[in-house]
Design a binder for this molecule. Structure first.
Ligand SMILES: NC(=O)c1ccc[n+]([C@@H]2O[C@H](COP(=O)([O-])OP(=O)(O)OC[C@H]3O[C@@H](n4cnc5c(N)ncnc54)[C@H](O)[C@@H]3O)[C@@H](O)[C@H]2O)c1
Length: 202
Protein backbone atom coordinates (compact mmCIF):
# COMPACT_ATOMS: atom_id res chain seq x y z
CA UNK A 1 0.00 0.00 0.00
CA UNK A 2 1.44 3.39 -1.03
CA UNK A 3 0.37 6.93 -0.19
CA UNK A 4 -0.64 8.79 -3.34
CA UNK A 5 -1.79 12.34 -3.97
CA UNK A 6 -3.55 13.28 -7.23
CA UNK A 7 -3.71 16.99 -8.13
CA UNK A 8 -6.77 17.82 -10.27
CA UNK A 9 -9.84 15.59 -10.65
CA UNK A 10 -10.86 15.83 -14.30
CA UNK A 11 -11.18 12.70 -16.43
CA UNK A 12 -7.57 11.75 -15.92
CA UNK A 13 -7.16 12.69 -12.26
CA UNK A 14 -10.39 11.14 -11.02
CA UNK A 15 -9.79 7.92 -12.94
CA UNK A 16 -6.19 7.77 -11.68
CA UNK A 17 -7.19 8.41 -8.07
CA UNK A 18 -10.14 6.03 -8.03
CA UNK A 19 -8.26 3.21 -9.78
CA UNK A 20 -5.10 3.45 -7.68
CA UNK A 21 -7.25 3.36 -4.52
CA UNK A 22 -9.01 0.28 -5.90
CA UNK A 23 -5.58 -1.36 -6.24
CA UNK A 24 -5.27 -0.96 -2.44
CA UNK A 25 -3.37 2.33 -2.20
CA UNK A 26 -4.21 5.22 0.10
CA UNK A 27 -5.23 8.13 -2.21
CA UNK A 28 -5.96 11.80 -1.54
CA UNK A 29 -7.16 13.91 -4.48
CA UNK A 30 -6.75 17.71 -4.41
CA UNK A 31 -9.33 19.77 -6.28
CA UNK A 32 -9.59 23.58 -6.25
CA UNK A 33 -13.04 23.85 -7.85
CA UNK A 34 -15.44 24.08 -4.84
CA UNK A 35 -18.56 22.77 -6.65
CA UNK A 36 -16.67 19.78 -8.02
CA UNK A 37 -15.13 19.10 -4.61
CA UNK A 38 -18.53 19.10 -2.90
CA UNK A 39 -19.90 16.65 -5.45
CA UNK A 40 -16.89 14.36 -5.13
CA UNK A 41 -17.09 14.36 -1.34
CA UNK A 42 -20.73 13.31 -1.55
CA UNK A 43 -19.61 10.20 -3.44
CA UNK A 44 -20.71 11.46 -6.87
CA UNK A 45 -18.52 11.68 -9.97
CA UNK A 46 -18.70 14.99 -11.91
CA UNK A 47 -18.25 13.07 -15.19
CA UNK A 48 -19.95 10.01 -16.60
CA UNK A 49 -17.61 7.11 -17.08
CA UNK A 50 -19.00 3.57 -16.96
CA UNK A 51 -18.29 2.02 -13.53
CA UNK A 52 -16.37 5.01 -12.15
CA UNK A 53 -18.89 6.30 -9.61
CA UNK A 54 -19.44 2.82 -8.13
CA UNK A 55 -15.69 2.35 -7.74
CA UNK A 56 -15.35 5.85 -6.26
CA UNK A 57 -18.10 5.17 -3.66
CA UNK A 58 -16.68 1.77 -2.75
CA UNK A 59 -13.16 3.09 -2.16
CA UNK A 60 -14.41 6.16 -0.25
CA UNK A 61 -16.38 3.81 2.02
CA UNK A 62 -13.30 1.66 2.58
CA UNK A 63 -11.36 4.78 3.67
CA UNK A 64 -8.75 4.48 0.90
CA UNK A 65 -9.98 7.48 -1.15
CA UNK A 66 -10.65 11.07 -0.07
CA UNK A 67 -10.99 14.53 -1.64
CA UNK A 68 -9.72 17.87 -0.34
CA UNK A 69 -8.67 21.39 -1.34
CA UNK A 70 -5.99 21.42 1.37
CA UNK A 71 -2.50 20.82 -0.03
CA UNK A 72 -0.95 20.54 3.45
CA UNK A 73 -3.24 17.62 4.25
CA UNK A 74 -2.93 16.05 0.82
CA UNK A 75 0.88 16.08 0.77
CA UNK A 76 1.45 15.24 4.44
CA UNK A 77 2.11 11.54 3.78
CA UNK A 78 2.33 11.39 -0.01
CA UNK A 79 5.12 9.30 -1.53
CA UNK A 80 3.80 9.83 -5.08
CA UNK A 81 2.13 13.03 -6.35
CA UNK A 82 0.40 12.90 -9.73
CA UNK A 83 -0.17 16.18 -11.60
CA UNK A 84 -3.34 15.70 -13.67
CA UNK A 85 -4.53 19.28 -14.24
CA UNK A 86 -5.79 20.61 -17.56
CA UNK A 87 -3.55 21.83 -20.39
CA UNK A 88 -6.07 23.41 -22.80
CA UNK A 89 -4.92 24.76 -26.15
CA UNK A 90 -3.98 28.45 -25.90
CA UNK A 91 -4.71 31.18 -28.51
CA UNK A 92 -1.44 30.39 -30.31
CA UNK A 93 -2.29 26.68 -30.52
CA UNK A 94 0.26 25.68 -27.88
CA UNK A 95 -0.70 23.95 -24.61
CA UNK A 96 -1.54 26.45 -21.87
CA UNK A 97 0.66 25.34 -18.96
CA UNK A 98 -0.71 27.78 -16.37
CA UNK A 99 -2.52 25.04 -14.38
CA UNK A 100 0.63 22.88 -14.38
CA UNK A 101 2.74 25.82 -13.15
CA UNK A 102 0.21 26.63 -10.44
CA UNK A 103 0.04 22.99 -9.31
CA UNK A 104 3.87 22.79 -9.22
CA UNK A 105 4.03 26.00 -7.12
CA UNK A 106 1.49 24.62 -4.63
CA UNK A 107 3.33 21.29 -4.44
CA UNK A 108 6.66 23.07 -3.85
CA UNK A 109 5.22 25.26 -1.09
CA UNK A 110 3.66 22.34 0.78
CA UNK A 111 6.21 19.57 0.21
CA UNK A 112 7.78 18.60 3.54
CA UNK A 113 9.06 15.07 2.82
CA UNK A 114 10.62 13.16 -0.06
CA UNK A 115 8.18 12.46 -2.86
CA UNK A 116 8.09 11.59 -6.54
CA UNK A 117 6.08 14.03 -8.64
CA UNK A 118 4.57 12.41 -11.72
CA UNK A 119 3.35 14.56 -14.56
CA UNK A 120 0.41 12.87 -16.30
CA UNK A 121 -0.94 16.04 -17.97
CA UNK A 122 -0.27 16.31 -21.71
CA UNK A 123 2.66 18.72 -21.95
CA UNK A 124 5.44 19.71 -24.39
CA UNK A 125 9.06 18.56 -24.15
CA UNK A 126 10.88 20.60 -21.50
CA UNK A 127 8.02 20.56 -18.97
CA UNK A 128 9.85 18.07 -16.71
CA UNK A 129 12.66 20.59 -16.24
CA UNK A 130 10.16 23.43 -15.78
CA UNK A 131 8.23 21.54 -13.06
CA UNK A 132 11.54 20.62 -11.37
CA UNK A 133 12.70 24.24 -11.24
CA UNK A 134 9.32 25.58 -9.97
CA UNK A 135 9.23 22.99 -7.18
CA UNK A 136 12.90 23.65 -6.26
CA UNK A 137 12.18 27.37 -6.07
CA UNK A 138 9.32 26.90 -3.59
CA UNK A 139 10.35 23.84 -1.55
CA UNK A 140 12.75 24.13 1.37
CA UNK A 141 16.43 23.50 0.55
CA UNK A 142 16.36 20.13 2.35
CA UNK A 143 13.32 18.81 0.51
CA UNK A 144 14.24 15.95 -1.77
CA UNK A 145 12.07 15.07 -4.76
CA UNK A 146 12.20 13.61 -8.27
CA UNK A 147 10.06 14.36 -11.30
CA UNK A 148 8.81 11.61 -13.61
CA UNK A 149 6.84 12.09 -16.80
CA UNK A 150 4.03 9.57 -17.41
CA UNK A 151 1.92 10.52 -20.46
CA UNK A 152 -1.71 9.46 -20.22
CA UNK A 153 -3.41 7.58 -23.06
CA UNK A 154 -6.87 6.93 -21.60
CA UNK A 155 -9.94 7.39 -23.78
CA UNK A 156 -13.13 8.95 -22.44
CA UNK A 157 -15.79 6.23 -22.34
CA UNK A 158 -13.32 3.43 -21.64
CA UNK A 159 -11.20 5.12 -18.99
CA UNK A 160 -11.43 2.29 -16.45
CA UNK A 161 -10.46 -0.50 -18.83
CA UNK A 162 -7.72 1.71 -20.30
CA UNK A 163 -6.36 2.16 -16.76
CA UNK A 164 -6.60 -1.49 -15.71
CA UNK A 165 -5.49 -2.98 -19.06
CA UNK A 166 -3.00 -0.53 -20.59
CA UNK A 167 -0.98 -1.48 -23.69
CA UNK A 168 2.10 -0.06 -21.97
CA UNK A 169 3.24 2.38 -19.29
CA UNK A 170 5.68 5.04 -20.50
CA UNK A 171 7.90 6.74 -17.92
CA UNK A 172 10.43 9.50 -18.52
CA UNK A 173 12.86 10.50 -15.78
CA UNK A 174 16.37 11.82 -15.26
CA UNK A 175 16.44 9.78 -12.02
CA UNK A 176 16.15 6.14 -13.10
CA UNK A 177 15.52 4.90 -9.55
CA UNK A 178 12.49 7.21 -9.29
CA UNK A 179 11.12 5.82 -12.56
CA UNK A 180 11.58 2.29 -11.16
CA UNK A 181 9.58 3.27 -8.08
CA UNK A 182 6.75 4.61 -10.26
CA UNK A 183 6.97 1.44 -12.32
CA UNK A 184 6.48 -0.65 -9.16
CA UNK A 185 3.29 1.27 -8.45
CA UNK A 186 1.95 -0.11 -11.75
CA UNK A 187 3.07 -3.71 -11.13
CA UNK A 188 -0.47 -5.06 -10.48
CA UNK A 189 -1.43 -4.00 -14.03
CA UNK A 190 1.04 -6.47 -15.60
CA UNK A 191 1.76 -4.12 -18.50
CA UNK A 192 5.06 -3.58 -20.31
CA UNK A 193 6.89 -0.56 -18.87
CA UNK A 194 9.10 1.62 -21.07
CA UNK A 195 11.53 3.83 -19.16
CA UNK A 196 13.35 6.64 -20.89
CA UNK A 197 14.72 10.09 -20.01
CA UNK A 198 12.56 13.18 -20.53
CA UNK A 199 15.43 15.25 -21.91
CA UNK A 200 18.82 14.45 -23.48
CA UNK A 201 21.15 12.99 -20.78
CA UNK A 202 23.01 15.77 -18.96
N1 LIG B 1 -9.63 13.72 -20.93
C1 LIG B 1 -8.95 12.83 -21.64
O1 LIG B 1 -9.49 11.93 -22.29
C2 LIG B 1 -7.44 12.87 -21.65
C3 LIG B 1 -6.74 11.78 -22.17
C4 LIG B 1 -5.34 11.80 -22.16
C5 LIG B 1 -4.67 12.90 -21.64
N2 LIG B 1 -5.40 13.96 -21.16
C6 LIG B 1 -4.63 15.10 -20.61
O2 LIG B 1 -4.66 14.98 -19.18
C7 LIG B 1 -4.73 16.29 -18.59
C8 LIG B 1 -5.99 16.39 -17.73
O3 LIG B 1 -7.11 16.27 -18.59
P1 LIG B 1 -8.59 16.28 -18.03
O4 LIG B 1 -9.49 16.09 -19.19
O5 LIG B 1 -8.68 15.36 -16.86
O6 LIG B 1 -8.64 17.83 -17.51
P2 LIG B 1 -9.81 18.70 -16.88
O7 LIG B 1 -9.58 20.11 -17.30
O8 LIG B 1 -11.14 18.04 -17.11
O9 LIG B 1 -9.55 18.58 -15.29
C9 LIG B 1 -8.53 19.25 -14.64
C10 LIG B 1 -8.93 19.45 -13.17
O10 LIG B 1 -7.84 20.02 -12.46
C11 LIG B 1 -8.35 20.98 -11.53
N3 LIG B 1 -7.24 21.91 -11.21
C12 LIG B 1 -6.70 22.88 -12.00
N4 LIG B 1 -5.68 23.48 -11.38
C13 LIG B 1 -5.54 22.87 -10.16
C14 LIG B 1 -4.65 23.03 -9.06
N5 LIG B 1 -3.66 23.94 -9.09
N6 LIG B 1 -4.81 22.24 -7.98
C15 LIG B 1 -5.80 21.30 -7.93
N7 LIG B 1 -6.69 21.10 -8.94
C16 LIG B 1 -6.55 21.87 -10.05
C17 LIG B 1 -9.51 21.63 -12.28
O11 LIG B 1 -10.40 22.28 -11.39
C18 LIG B 1 -10.13 20.40 -12.96
O12 LIG B 1 -11.07 19.76 -12.13
C19 LIG B 1 -4.67 17.28 -19.76
O13 LIG B 1 -3.33 17.64 -19.96
C20 LIG B 1 -5.21 16.49 -20.91
O14 LIG B 1 -4.72 16.96 -22.17
C21 LIG B 1 -6.75 13.96 -21.13
Amino acid sequence: MRNICVVGTGYVGLTTGVCFSDLGNNVTCVEINPEKLELLRSGKAPIYEPGLEELQERNMRSGRLRFTDDYTLALAEADFIFITVGTPMGDDGAADLSQVKSAARSIGKHLKRRAIIIDKSTVPVGTGDMVTSIISEHAGPDTSFAVVSNPEFLREGSALSDFFKPDRIVLGAMDHAAAEEVSSLHEPLNAPVIITTYAPPR
